[in-house]
Design a protein around this ligand. Structure first.
Ligand code: ASP
Ligand code: MG
Length: 411
């Protein structure tokens, strides 16, 4: 007997027929003697509609009411899927976050899970009942409904799997696994059989939108065996294998680079003639961080005459205006000449734990980009990742070039 947490995303529960298909899959797992916890997202598009309604009602909405509105999508899908399971002859009931409860902090809109009381769920599972849990939602210390941030059902599923010490956490989505690059752009991209938590974490935060970043962090720290697979292929009990997200030790033949990702959600700001004196970086990035603007890549030139230098950094595109406003407000105090924004940039990254033990990975990246005449604007690296900022128009070209350069193309 295995205990499995299976999460179904919005496109997997987009209509009743898809829910009936899921019920068939779940039924076969139950008949095989397994205990099943199902976590559902809202039906495709519903959360977006709810967010839009909340914004329309009041652009400066009370975040507690926002959460009670947007959490309702999962209430509907958990109830509907329970009905479909019952219809298929499977004992099932829905659970809202507050009924379990899934306790979170009070940061509405992006709450963190503090703990899950698994007692009632364990009891129902032992009575052979399928527990259909509304993802994305929890309960605050003030007894209000919270949500975990967009894509948060992944985190609900992983947190439950960790709390229950489940044998597996399967994330069913509309892609059949994690790819070496975006298959819509790089047609030679391959599905990875296995990927490490760390690589998945980098890829998730770099824009590969398969899993919510926080769910991967949680899986890594609790060593939850994760699998990403499609609910569209091979349903009816014969699901095709997806991608396993595992610890590094579990991958025998590690590639040097596992994936090439991109993010267009980037903007670059260059501050011209920043006075070159101690404390100036703190004076620039302090106010930005106080305004909740996340700064990602940073380059600073060394000043020749020792008194002024240019400083370039990147922020999320949606935060460009806010960042410029903050900078403008402290311009005279900082004493820079001008700020030059550029929002037509993209970040391209190569990711792989194999980088730790192999030399020449960066060289290959720079050579491949040079060969295609792509200019690098900013570079940043971590132990298992190299990122470059380039003009957005070269995104596709760069992805394809790097995918080939690292030998990732399917043969
Ligand atoms: N329904 C929520 C969203 O669209 C949560 C999720 O899908 O994971 O963000
Ligand atoms: Mg999702």
């Amino acid at each position: 007997m295995a205990q499995i947490v299976a999460k179904f995303g919005g496109t997997s529960v987009s209509d009743l027929q898809r829910m009936r298909d899921i019920a068939t899959t779940v039924k076969s797992e139950v008949e095989a003697g397994n205990q099943i916890v199902v976590v559902v997202s809202a039906m495709a598009g519903i959360t977006n509609d709810l967010v839009a309604l909340a914004r329309e009602a009041n652009p400066l909405h009370d975040a507690r009411e926002y959460d009670s509105i947007v959490a309702s999508g999962e209430q509907v899908s958990s109830g509907l899927l329970s009905l479909c399971l019952q219809e298929a002859g499977v004992s099932a009931r829905s659970w809202q976050g507050w009924q379990i409860p899934i306790n979170t902090d009070g940061v509405h809109g992006k709450a963190r899970i503090l703990g899950i009381d698994t007692e009632k769920i364990i009891k129902r599972l032992s009575e052979n009942q399928v527990c259909v849990i509304a993802g994305f939602q929890g309960l605050s210390p003030e007894n209000r409904i919270t949500t975990l941030g967009r894509g948060g059902s992944d985190t609900t599923a992983v947190a439950l799997a960790a709390a229950l010490k489940a044998d597996r956490c399967d994330i069913y989505t509309d892609v059949d696994g994690v790819y070496t690059s975006d298959p819509r752009i790089v047609t030679s991209a391959r599905k990875l059989e296995k990927i490490t938590y760390e690589e998945m974490l980098e890829m998730a935060s770099l824009g590969a939108k398969v899993l919510q970043t926080r769910s991967v962090e949680l899986a890594m720290s609790h060593k939850v065996p994760l699998q990403v697979l499609s609910s569209f292929t091979g349903m009816m009990g014969s699901v095709l294998p997806g991608t396993l997200v595992v610890a590094e030790e579990e991958i025998v033949e590690q590639e040097i680079v596992s994936g090439v990702t991109y993010s267009r959600d980037e903007a670059k700001i260059t501050l011209l003639q920043v006075p070159d004196r101690p404390g100036v970086a703190a004076a620039i990035f302090g106010p930005l961080s106080d305004a909740n603007v996340n700064v990602d890549m940073i380059v600073q030139n060394i000043s020749e005459n020792n008194n002024a230098t240019d400083l370039t950094f990147t922020v999320a595109r949606g935060e460009l205006d806010k960042a410029l406003e903050v900078l403008e407000s402290c311009k005279s105090e900082l004493g820079f000449l001008a700020s030059v924004p550029d929002s037509s940039v993209a970040k391209i990254s190569v990711v792989g734990v194999g980088m730790r033990s192999h030399a020449g990975v960066a060289k290959r990246m720079f050579a491949a980009l040079a060969e295609h005449n792509i200019n690098i604007l900013v570079i940043s690296t971590s132990e298992i990742k190299i990122s470059v900022l380039i003009a957005e128009e070269f995104t596709e070209l760069a992805l394809r070039a790097l995918h080939s350069a690292y030998g990732l193309d399917k043969t």
